[in-house]
Design a protein around this ligand. Structure first.
Ligand code: 3PG
Ligand code: MG
Length: 401
């Protein structure tokens, strides 16, 4: 990478400001508890390295979208407790991410000590990338900033971007490096065939990703709600299935482009349909060309799974983002879980696999194949923007080597 790494920094005895992405799900019950600690565990290598090198760690994150004011519901306090357990070390907590208390607590850190600041989004200045606020954050460290928040790197916010202007060195953490290494290789120099799988409800969320990956990959497998806009664009009746009518023209353009270039753009050939959007609705499995009026497609069918599996079995690189159906309802989770299995099998056979996005990540966990995937990204939106070929502001802002 052309950016400084945490490994390049002289951390001994210095306060280092580490932006992490601890935007994790919490339980509703009191006391609130972290219900999925993946993002915390994924930063541990960075935190261990900093502690071993004698740094004094000042950690910052956002949690949820509290809209610029303090809100106990979005407090990072439960995360501090969880982090202490995972680190096996005490974690001090400051009730505000700037100000006298945070400053005093940062100054009382000893080498290897850890302080977690309260949610940076309790200040509207965070999302506004405010200069003065950025300077106040930077005042909590000794000129050293590390960004390990890959999941937030598409946000040009103060604790991700603004702060870098007020420190001497801004470096990537180990998680950030790992994410960029996997995703970067996939879009710049993939082992081929490179097969992409895209799903999820809406085409509009993934248009740039479809367009960019069509230029790079060898095949694209489309499932989930977004498939119906492409099917309808070809004149196939889709009943009550999800569709974005304002994207039909764009879908036609993408399909025509794929056809002209002989690109393997593969849509579902069969699907599981229901008459209602309900977990216990009556279902049928039919070819996509035979969807009765009033019915909707909610999962890919077995023929489609077989076709996708055959593409995946030949792949050397796989990128997957988005579920193949309404994964949260067991009746329509089958296709997504089968694809998780197929991606894992292809990985065991030698492919490099990268999975991102909440539901597809949940699917690999639920299928029990998470440890077979080469890389599970901690970034949903960030990984999509990266795959769309966009530059991530949080990466761009880091110090060049
Ligand atoms: C995420 O979970 O997508 C990241 O933490 C970014 O959060 P945001 O979408 O609220 O900016
Ligand atoms: Mg998001």
């Amino acid at each position: 990478m052309d950016k400084l790494s945490i490994r390049d920094l002289d951390l001994d005895g210095k306060r280092v400001f580490i932006r992490v992405d601890f935007n994790v799900p919490l339980s509703d019950s009191t006391p609130r508890q972290v219900t999925d600690d993946t993002r915390i565990r994924e930063t541990l290598p960075t935190l261990h390295l900093a502690r071993e090198r004698g740094a004094r760690l000042v950690l910052a994150s956002h949690l949820g979208r509290p809209k610029g004011e303090p809100n106990a519901q979005y407090s990072l306090a439960p995360v501090a407790s969880k982090l202490a357990v995972l680190l096996g070390a005490p974690v001090a907590f400051a009730n505000d991410c700037i100000g006298i208390d945070a400053e005093a607590k940062s100054r009382s850190l000893t080498n290897g000590g850890v302080l977690l600041l309260e949610n940076v989004r309790f200040h509207a200045e965070e999302e506004a990338n405010d200069e003065n606020f950025s300077r106040q954050l930077a005042a909590l460290c000794d000129g050293l900033f590390v960004c390990d928040a890959f999941g937030s790197s598409h946000r040009a916010h103060a604790s991700v971007v603004g702060i870098t202007r007020f420190v001497k060195q801004a470096a990537a953490g180990l998680l950030m490096e790992r994410e960029l290494a996997y995703l970067g290789k996939a879009i710049s120099n993939p082992d081929r065939p490179f097969v992409t799988i895209l799903g999820g409800a809406k085409v509009s969320d993934k248009i740039e990703v479809v367009a960019n990956l069509m230029k790079i990959a060898d095949a694209m497998l489309i499932g989930g709600g977004m498939a119906y806009t492409f099917l309808k664009a070809q004149g196939i009746p889709i009943g009550k299935s999800l569709v974005e009518d304002d994207k039909l023209n764009l879908a036609r353009t993408l399909l025509a482009d794929a056809k002209q270039r002989n690109f393997r753009f593969i849509l579902p050939s069969d699907h599981v349909i229901a008459s209602e959007f309900k977990a216990d609705a009556a279902t049928k499995t039919v070819p996509v060309t035979q969807t009765p009026d009033g019915w909707m497609g909610l999962d890919i069918g077995p023929q489609t799974v077989a076709a996708f599996r055959s593409e995946l079995s030949r792949a050397r690189t796989i990128v997957w983002n988005g579920p193949m159906g309404v994964f949260e309802m067991p009746a329509f989770a089958h296709g997504t879980l089968e694809i998780a299995q197929a991606v894992a099998a292809a990985t065991t056979a030698g492919a490099t696999s990268i999975v991102g996005g909440g539901d597809s990540v949940a699917a690999v966990h639920q299928s029990g194949v998470a440890d077979k995937i080469s890389h599970i990204s901690t970034g949903g939106g960030a990984s999509l923007e990266f795959l769309a070929g966009e530059k991530l502001p949080g990466v761009e802002a880091l110090t060049n080597r």
